[in-house]
Design a protein around this ligand. Structure first.
Ligand SMILES: Nc1ncnc2c1ncn2[C@@H]1O[C@H](COP(=O)(O)OP(=O)(O)OP(=O)(O)O)[C@@H](O)[C@H]1O
Length: 471
């Protein structure tokens, strides 16, 4: 496989990559770096952990080194943690350039960010929401001279119909020049290819990993059939087993909601497991602290919602446990892709209840691979069943006293105030919208019934006409 030098990268950059442990390019890097250096838009779809970040960081730094100015490159990514992780790669690889970068994410001070932006950093790494807020509220910086627009986890950012990013992306796309290079990367691009191609203007170079199987070969993918009612006892048993057999292993447990994440973390702590939670209801500094402690192995177990499903690169993660079966195959692909990265081995175990069988079939259909069963000794699980269920109940009650749901409501209202919205007005708008939607649905049903009635009458007259004609 070509070396980085043969891809057209300058010696200083090849040396920086080598010092970072990147000695030979991965397939996605070898394929995408040359067309990007030639000035083309690029859509790169490669498996999780295959080096997509460096596939855009390296060529961007190469072109920047030829004419360093700010703001040169904007990278958009769906989560705050990913923004910092990408910024880290720019900083390490761009050190000889004296690279100036700026991370623009929610949950942190807007004024400090606005000041940093006004100083024209070379590279801005942002989550769409906070960057759009800056564009709406100030004109202390401009994206008009931008050379590169990069969408990391592009399919998540461009997910149609999801309110998360659409409005903010529109604001950002209005602020960037049409004449630019657009780079889009993800492990699950193909289902949104058309939207992606419309974004990448000039004959985008499209590269997709050749293999039929969507997950990496080094990943041992298992499932564990568990009755819903005793799922947590199985979870405790699984963790105990891994901790007994491999004390240096780190484990990520994905679950569906912030509340479930909080309860599981409290429960595992009561069993003296070194666990920490990561979800979107935590304050930003708590999220960063939790991730830092997990990355440095102070805590060996991270319990997270899908805010951590994409992109996070933590080499020590050996095990991913899906406490719930993901509703979408691509969420599964990203979750289990937190292990078995950069050629290392890893194992994923998806806990499947009697209600999830169809979801497993959809996942196997998408990844083109059958999950293998992971067997456990049921007796060992039954031995701890009561203890686990009682402990969980205690945690649920403790959480109720902490007004967790109430806090969620307060956080929502606080966020609206921060965005200059009136929470009560928003509530009223939402109620009115719901009423209009209900009225529209009723009207639509009525039209449908009338049409069906008309069809029935029409078909009745047609059939009687045909019988008169002896057809
Ligand atoms: N050429 C290379 N040689 C060795 N390691 C590499 C190379 N390129 C990247 N890596 C390492 O591989 C790991 C995964 O890289 P990265 O996070 O960019 O993967 P990704 O494809 O973006 O994954 P995901 O789809 O999960 O976001 C990182 O630790 C990175 O340092």
């Amino acid at each position: 496989m070509a070396a980085f030098r043969e891809l057209g990268l300058a010696p200083w950059l090849v040396e920086q990559a080598r010092q970072m442990g990147l000695s030979r390019p991965t397939p996605v890097q070898a394929s995408c770096i040359p067309p990007i250096l030639q000035g083309r838009d690029c859509l790169g779809c490669a498996k999780t952990g295959s080096g997509k970040t460096a596939a855009f960081v390296l060529p961007v730094l190469q072109v920047l080194s030829e004419d360093p100015y700010g703001i040169f490159c904007l990278v958009l990514t769906p989560t705050r943690e990913l923004a910092y992780q990408i910024a880290e790669q720019f900083r390490v690889l761009g050190k000889p350039l004296g690279l100036k970068d700026c991370v623009v994410v929610g949950g942190l001070d807007m004024v400090a960010q606005a000041l940093e932006l006004s100083r024209k950093p070379h590279v801005v790494i942002a989550t769409p929401g906070r960057l759009a807020d800056h564009l709406r509220s100030s004109n202390t910086f401009s994206l008009k001279k931008l050379k590169f627009l990069v969408l990391d986890e592009a399919d998540r950012l461009l997910e149609q119909g999801c309110a998360d990013f659409t409005a903010d992306l529109e604001v950002i796309l209005e602020a960037v020049p049409a004449r630019r290079q657009t780079l889009l990367f993800s492990a699950t691009l193909t289902d949104t290819l058309n939207e992606l191609k419309s974004l990448a203007m000039n004959r985008p170079f499209f590269w997709e990993a050749a293999s039929e199987v969507r997950t990496v070969d080094e990943l041992d993918q298992r499932y564990l059939l568990v009755p819903e009612a005793v799922k947590d006892a199985y979870l405790v048993h699984l963790i105990q087993t891994f901790q007994d057999e491999h004390e240096d292993w780190s484990i990520i447990i994905f679950t569906k909601t912030c509340k479930e994440c909080q309860i599981l973390n409290m429960m595992l702590r009561k069993f003296s497991f070194p666990s920490v939670a990561l979800h979107s209801m935590m304050k930003q500094r708590q999220r960063f602290a939790a991730l830092a402690k997990f990355k440095s192995s102070i805590f060996k177990i991270l319990i997270a919602t899908d805010v951590a499903a994409r992109g996070l690169d933590i080499p020590t993660v050996q095990v991913v446990i899906n406490h719930n079966t993901p509703g979408l195959p691509k969420i599964y692909i990203h979750r289990v892709g937190r292990t078995a990265r950069a050629g290392r081995n890893g194992i994923s175990i998806t806990m499947v209840t009697q209600y999830d069988i169809h979801l497993v079939h959809a996942i196997e259909e998408e990844i083109k691979l059958k999950l293998q069963e992971f067997s456990v000794e049921e007796k060992l699980v039954l031995d701890i069943l009561n203890h686990v269920n009682i402990t969980r109940r205690e945690c649920e009650i403790e959480l109720e006293y902490m007004d967790f749901d109430e806090k969620k409501e307060i956080n929502k209202r606080k966020q609206m105030v921060l965005e200059g919205k009136d929470p009560d007005l928003e509530e009223k708008r939402k109620a009115e919208l719901a009423k209009i939607k209900k009225k529209n649905n009723k009207f639509r049903e009525k039209v449908q019934q009338t049409l069906q009635e008309k069809n029935r009458v029409h078909m009745g007259s047609v059939s009687s006409l045909l019988s008169d004609l002896g057809c």
